[in-house]
Design a protein around this ligand. Sequence first.
Ligand code: SF4
Length: 389
Amino acid sequence: MLKSQKMQNTFYIKTFGCQQNHADSQRIASYYLARGFKKAKTSKSATDIVINTCMIRQSAEDRVTGLVKNIAKSRKIKPKIVVTGCMVGMATRDETGKYIKALRHRMPEVDEFLPLEEVGFDYPALRSDVSHAWVPISNGCNNFCTFCVVPFTRGREISRPYEGIIKEIVDLAKKGCKEVTLLGQNVNSYGSDLIKNQKSYKLPNGKTVKPVMVKHLGKYRIPTLFPYLLEDVCKIKGIKTVKFISSNPWDFSDELIATIARNKKIDRNLHIAVQSGDDKILKKMNRWYTRSQYQNLIKKIKTQIPNAQISTDIIVGFPGESEKEFQNTVKLSKAANFTYAYISKYSDRPSTAAHKALGDDVTHAEKDKRFHILDDLINHKGNKRTAIR
Ligand code: SF4
């Protein structure tokens, strides 16, 4: 190669974790293209490998560490290894500097830790599927469930501007997109930070509306614009199906139920995380509802939206969960008739309140056993599988 010929920089992104991470990776791809990189077909041919990380469980972090070591070992000329996503988000927000030090120690092969804030929201997502799009509408979370690392990795909830979301979906529809999934860690509290103390909000169509006040346990909790946003997305020509994840039970307002009921474009498969069916455990998790309040919510939804189906998230082996508490989750699962559940075994996460105060006292074998009981019951409708995953 002539000295004057510069080798083309190419990138490959490996994504771990949830749909929000996959949506972030689409923006990261666009960020790299804007910097003159080309997309590599495989990781083996890339000059830069970007790993978008997840911290929801220790196993997710271990897989990242393993991948970094493998890349460094398997290539004759080591590519530039860039780590981004939740692990870097945690390091950015840790003022003591201990977490970034630990990351550097654990993965000395990494050349750059890229905070997502450097990528920002301004890069358009690079999507390969024309017919469906993940559209982030907010990022971060203010809820601090005691098991969850998200408020530490992604920070407090920030809503994207209403107008920008609508504009993006109008553009997508013009390009042939038929289905959108609105994404947020707490998607149904969208807009509470946009409203602040205002009594009214001007929508992009010029209409002034009163924010929907979400009521929880008889008290007003937060104002939100989510029902308005959903309704406006449904009005976009060309969009046939609208989905959204993840919603929290305590922000599932009556107005949201009514909006879904009257808009046939909104998917009837609703994902509402319950996490446990035991009141004592829910309290320890800092989830603001009881089992019966959750059951009443899904009853209300199914009454007003007759063809609604509910799926959920459940954690087994949360600290202090004995057989009695676990059986309450089994009871709830039987009564709720969930279409499916993402079941996870409790994983002690740094910085969380559960990590600091509750420990991790349920054995691995017990978590495994409870996982399989619920998985068989909910995801295989009682048809036991013989293979252990
Ligand atoms: S609401 Fe969801 S993202 Fe927020 S802290 Fe709880 S589990 Fe985590």
